[in-house]
Design a binder for this molecule. Structure first.
Ligand SMILES: [Zn+2]
Length: 52
């Protein structure tokens, strides 16, 4: 089970998606200072949606 609480990046040049999987490369690339909890009303990242 790799699902985590939804989170997103506040960085302006990232895609407007949120992540909910700790195996997502893109989600893991978010610097801690840019990481915020919650989906921010954004769609789920397609990498996260494909991960188990
Ligand atoms: Zn993701």
């Amino acid at each position: 089970m790799a699902k985590v609480a939804p989170f997103h990046s506040i960085k302006l040049n990232t895609r407007n998606v949120h992540h909910n999987n700790d195996k997502c490369t893109e989600g893991n690339n978010i610097e801690v200072q840019n990481k915020r909890s919650g989906s921010a009303g954004r769609p789920l990242c397609e990498s996260c949606s494909k991960l188990p």
